[in-house]
Design a binder for this molecule. Structure first.
Ligand code: S3P
Length: 167
């Protein structure tokens, strides 16, 4: 079976990279982790980009790479958790492929992000702000074509469910 491009969206810690890579392998498609691509292109960490140029500039780099890679065929994308904040990004994803939301409850997100230091928006001393960000984005993630509730599933089970829903 051939698929259009597949874009994983969801909050930090929802498993987009793990599941995206597994699905790409299962379908014989290529895999792009947009965060990794930004880091490669900029030759610095996401933390450094936020610190040196700010979030808006990071968002610009992220959108540029989304656009650039969306021209290619046969790719599964893991996007950064904030990709859903831009209408332009939605236009690109909706016109090029299927958007899959990995929905993860707040307690699960919290447990998975415990100790995370490589994400500029995760401040372990201010988890209330992170929760507010999580809540403010849920409606946007739900614009996706497909939603998978991942809390109780292994990555392999998530992949199976996606394959069924996309079949
Ligand atoms: C962000 C999520 C991160 C990364 C950046 C900003 C966000 O990606 O793009 O730190 O705004 O939610 P992951 O969702 O892959 O952690």
């Amino acid at each position: 079976m051939t698929y259009k491009k597949i874009y994983f969206v969801g909050f930090m810690g929802s498993g987009k990279s793990t599941v995206g890579k597994l699905l790409a392998d299962a379908l014989g498609m290529g895999f792009i982790d947009l965060d990794d691509e930004v880091v490669k292109r900029q030759q610095r960490s996401i933390n450094a980009i936020f610190r040196e140029e700010g979030e808006d500039v990071f968002r610009r780099y992220e959108s540029e790479l989304l656009k650039e890679f969306s021209v290619k065929e046969g790719l599964v994308f893991s996007t950064g958790g904030g990709i859903i904040g831009s209408e332009r990004n939605w236009q690109i994803m909706n016109s090029c492929g299927v958007v899959v939301f990995l929905a993860c409850s707040w307690p699960t997100v919290l447990a998975r992000l415990e100790g995370s230091s490589e994400r500029p928006l995760v401040n372990q001393n201010d988890l209330e702000s992170l929760k507010a960000l999580y809540e403010s984005r849920q409606e946007l993630y739900r614009r996706a074509d497909v939603q998978i509730d991942v809390d109780e599933l292994t990555p392999e089970e998530v992949v199976l469910e996606i394959k069924q829903k996309l079949a």
